[in-house]
Design a protein around this ligand. Structure first.
Ligand code: ZN
Length: 313
């Protein structure tokens, strides 16, 4: 009898554990695309992976293209298997099959993150330029669209001729919020200091920005435009949820990588990723978020902040 009671008790325990397990939110499945870039993609895609996985909210897969000039026909990611696609890619055009699979995924309401130099890619691909809203370099000029900047809290479009894409010297700079009610920005300070990074300016494109979230003032004395530049925003494109973040120039190593170690950058990446995948943000305001005077770094990409290292030991 005693043995039977013990068995029933065990079955009960297992059932309760299983039921509790059902209430755990499913991890968000993210795909990181990399493999070619004029940046240090060998470090950046691993930094993105670490930031996402250390939060405990995401699982990540990585798909790398062939090296520049290689055969692209074998690069055929299964976009539909994922809640979120993160573009860390600036290189050769994909195959026509992969182009159309990506467009299909996005148009159906897929989640996308456009990270830093991913907005340099595919200058001649019109549909891609609508997905990023603004891009730079790779021959972009007034034919790519107007130069979009911020003045009096509003987006302004300058159609006059000129190049698309530039940046001054890397430096720490202030981020200015334009929409504190958006799920991605809610609860974060309106002004905060970003760690040493490039600030993209003079970006051009169809400028189909949905919600401008943050801008920064490009310093003329260090080679910038002298204007307030849109740096973080969502894009109005079909049913998709697209989060474009121009921050995060990658350093030479994971250890020497201040722009991606910035708690502000990591928080925006995590919140933007959750929003792009689900339309919601459940993450609280981090206690170590930068202030309007002081930068904040998570050199371990959030491992100790989220206590992920302990459970893996
Ligand atoms: Zn860069």
């Amino acid at each position: 009898m005693k043995k039977l009671c013990k068995s029933i008790y065990l079955v009960l325990l297992i059932t309760i554990a299983a039921l509790c397990g059902c209430n755990e939110p499913e991890p968000i499945k993210a795909l990181i695309i990399s493999g070619q870039n004029n940046h240090n993609w060998k470090v950046s895609h691993l930094a993105i992976k670490a930031i996402l996985e250390n939060s405990g909210i995401f699982t990540t897969d990585i798909e790398l293209t062939s090296p520049a000039g290689g055969d692209m026909s074998s690069f055929t990611p299964q976009f539909d298997k994922y809640d979120l696609v993160i573009l860390d890619y600036n290189g050769d055009r994909w195959s026509a099959k992969t182009d159309s699979a990506f467009l299909k995924y996005v148009k159906k309401g897929g989640g996308v993150i456009v990270y830093h130099a991913a907005d340099n890619a595919f200058a001649g691909w019109e549909e891609f330029n609508r997905i990023i809203a603004l891009g730079g370099w790779e021959g972009r000029n007034e034919k790519s669209g107007p130069y979009c900047y911020v003045e009096d809290n509003k987006l302004k479009l300058d159609y006059s001729p000129g190049h698309g894409g530039s940046h001054g010297m890397q430096r720490e700079y202030a981020m200015h919020c334009h929409n504190s009610k958006h799920p991605i920005t809610q609860g974060l300070p309106d002004n905060w200091m970003h760690a040493k990074d490039e600030m993209y300016d003079s970006m051009r494109g169809p400028a189909n920005i949905k919600d401008l979230l943050y801008s920064g003032k490009a310093d003329r004395n260090t080679g910038g435009s002298g204007r307030e530049e849109p740096l973080v925003f969502t894009v109005d494109y079909e049913k998709a949820r697209i989060f474009h973040i121009m921050l995060g120039h990658c350093g030479p190593t994971l250890e020497e990588n201040p722009a991606m170690q910035c708690t502000g950058f990591q928080t925006l990446l995590l919140r933007g990723a959750e929003w792009a995948a689900t339309g919601k943000v459940t993450q609280p305001t981090p206690s170590d978020f930068p202030t309007d005077k002081k930068i904040s770094l998570r050199k371990d990409y959030g491992m100790s902040y989220f206590n992920i290292g302990e459970s893996n030991k």
